[in-house]
Design a protein around this ligand. Structure first.
Ligand SMILES: [Zn+2]
Length: 202
């Protein structure tokens, strides 16, 4: 396995592969954001076989599920994030294919950051600039092999800001990994998400 820094605006094939891994990874456990019900907002894993929302069907509503993370949206989000200050993206590659990625960028503590992270009042417990680890994911076929830990350490090695924050699901693999690297939860936010902070370089 190789770890490489991505030049985001020179590698369209890699960006497409990142988006594929994103969709597969967040479409599985613990996120299960494969499909979305546009009516009730429930999410279902990519492995779900239903075309219609089962929860809405119980109330006799037939609602078509839509893809939660369509490839085009992930690609748009990726390019948008990569235009931000001090952005960096690393990938794990095996046999020529992307099997995991991490990206992040610098953020400044303030009300805009609270909005961006959906974390009301967050800026009251922060001060100044941070590296925001926006995404870190591993292809489900390659999970459980320490690739997430490698990606986390590699992107932290390449960051420009000393202090790091990230958002993840409480008790997710990323949550436990961050704790092992010395990170701590600084805020519980909606939808079982937490904001975590890593203070110094490992
Ligand atoms: Zn529904």
């Amino acid at each position: 396995m190789d770890i490489l820094t991505v030049k985001p605006f020179e590698s369209p094939d890699t960006v497409r592969e990142i988006a594929d891994v994103y969709r597969k990874s967040f479409g599985g456990s613990p996120w299960n954001e494969g499909y979305l019900c546009p009516a009730c907002g429930r999410t279902y894993p990519l492995s779900a076989k239903e075309d219609l929302c089962p929860a809405c069907a119980e109330r006799s509503n037939s609602i078509l599920l839509v893809e939660h993370w369509p490839i085009g949206r992930v690609i748009s989000d990726f390019y948008h994030e990569m235009t931000k200050s001090d952005s960096v993206c690393v990938i794990a590659r095996s046999e020529g294919h992307v099997i995991g990625f991490a990206w992040g960028y610098a953020v400044f503590s303030g009300p805009d950051l609270d909005m961006h992270l959906d974390a009301p009042g967050l800026h009251e417990s922060l001060c100044g600039r941070y590296f925001y680890l926006d995404e870190c994911a591993v292809d489900p076929d390659f999970q459980g092999k320490g690739i997430g830990k490698t990606l986390l350490r590699e992107i932290l090695d390449r960051r420009t800001e000393d202090r790091v924050i990230l958002r993840t699901k409480d008790r997710s693999p990323m949550f436990h990994l961050t704790e092992k690297e010395g990170g701590r939860t600084i805020r519980h936010i909606s939808d079982e998400r937490v904001i975590m902070r890593l203070l110094s370089r490992p």
